[in-house]
Design a protein around this ligand. Structure first.
Ligand SMILES: [Zn+2]
Length: 121
């Protein structure tokens, strides 16, 4: 199951995977230790807080898949930056949507043949 997550972002690590009758849930954290402030570009390692974001992903074996993604709130290390804090961003999440880009593409009918059902378990 780690492979499913790594395909989204190579820095992601799957901490837990819960499969029940109706859902597949992944608990995921990023292994990246340094993040760049999107406003000034300066590196930061200082975490202010963390929270889980609930992101929908492609169904696995017909079950809706949810990624519980640990996102960090960072403190910008640049004292001159107009933004003191910034939120960790992930390229695989559709902007302003609580779903992955690959799910959004599939919903739009563009992800032809890119199903996720053949990873094995
Ligand atoms: Zn900054």
């Amino acid at each position: 199951m780690q492979r499913v997550i790594e395909q989204l972002d190579p820095y992601l690590e799957c901490d837990d995977c819960i499969v029940d009758d109706k859902h597949v849930v992944f608990k995921v954290t990023s292994t990246q230790t340094t993040l760049h402030c999107p406003h000034c570009g300066v590196e930061s390692k200082k975490v202010n807080s963390t929270n889980y974001r609930k992101i929908k992903d492609l169904p696995i074996e017909g079950k809706p898949t949810i990624i519980m993604l640990m996102a960090r709130n960072m403190v910008c290390a640049n004292p001159d930056c107009p933004h003191r804090f910034f939120v960790e961003r992930f390229d695989f999440i559709q902007y302003h949507c609580q779903m992955t880009k690959r799910l959004a593409e599939k919903n739009m009918g563009e992800g032809k043949g890119k199903g996720i059902g053949n990873y094995g378990t």
